[in-house]
Design a binder for this molecule. Sequence first.
Ligand code: COI
Length: 357
Amino acid sequence: MILTKEVVKIDVQKITKSRISELDLKNLTFGHLFSDHMFVADYRNGHWEKASIMPYDKIPMAPSISALHYGQTIFEGLKAYKNEAGEVLVSRPLANVKRMNVSCERMAMPIVPEELFMEGLIELLKLDKSWVPAAAGTSLYIRPFMFSADEYIGVKPSETYKFIIFTAPVGAYYSTPLRVLVETNYIRAVEGGIGYVKAAGNYGRSLFPTSLAKKRGYEQIIWTDARNHRFIEESGTMNVMFVIDDIIITPPLGDTILAGITRDSVLTLARDWGYRVQERKISIDEICDAHKRGTLQEAFGTGTAATIAHISTIGFDGKDYDLPPVPERIFSNRVSKELDDIRRGKANDKHGWMMKI
Ligand code: COI
């Protein structure tokens, strides 16, 4: 991989008039409003070039570009916060670069050099600092993504790509605890497939089964293994964890599960606090059995967008399994608060997760 000189030199074209007045901090939802600028870099002739920051806007593209037809498209998600001094802190950006490049490899895309990702991100955040909200429950969601850009409809890895980072001030992804349905018909991922990759197609394929679950009164689904539909995989767009008998249990990473960065942070804190943590296969039968015995204390999803999403009810085989009320949940409430405090500079960042811009 050649990192050309042009890459580190970012051409900056600023907006003429900021749209910051559109930012309504009291009614901040997720994902509808985008900050003033975006970072864009192009890959062609075997290297990245033309790194620039420009006003957030539509991107011209031909109808024939391969990403639109064959889904050679990947993305990342991370968040920035403000501390009490008004400084911007980004959570674990290097983990995102690393994961993005795992996705690149599997999708036959060129890797994104760390310098390109980080310099683009830092410059963008410096420029759009005023878009980082400070209120409780808000943050700046950062969306790096990359897609194949060849104007060619034969199936082969593209020779040209675009890497873009844009940002969005956001509120909560889920505003209430979730009712989730255990999915035993459709699948999210198979061994040898791309479940561990943050590829657009993994999300597109989830929409139809999720819409069926919604018709039945659930907000999300819990994916199960492709072979027997017995073992838990993920929940919706998140990793999933259970607390049974004070043990934190989550499915192990592998081909079919995304290596969530929030997942890793949660497990790290749990271990710091002396909890027993088990990354192992967990079946739906074990969960139903724990519920029957009264030892299923908590269930929650972890993800960048949602952070910690409490699960209120698990639907399986025509029956609803209700979990204890959220205020009684010791671990997920504690970890949710600690993560938030670390991200806003209120708690000791022992693991060096936060990068100050
Ligand atoms: C994230 O948590 O960043 C995700 O990727 C979920 C997203 C699809 C909103």
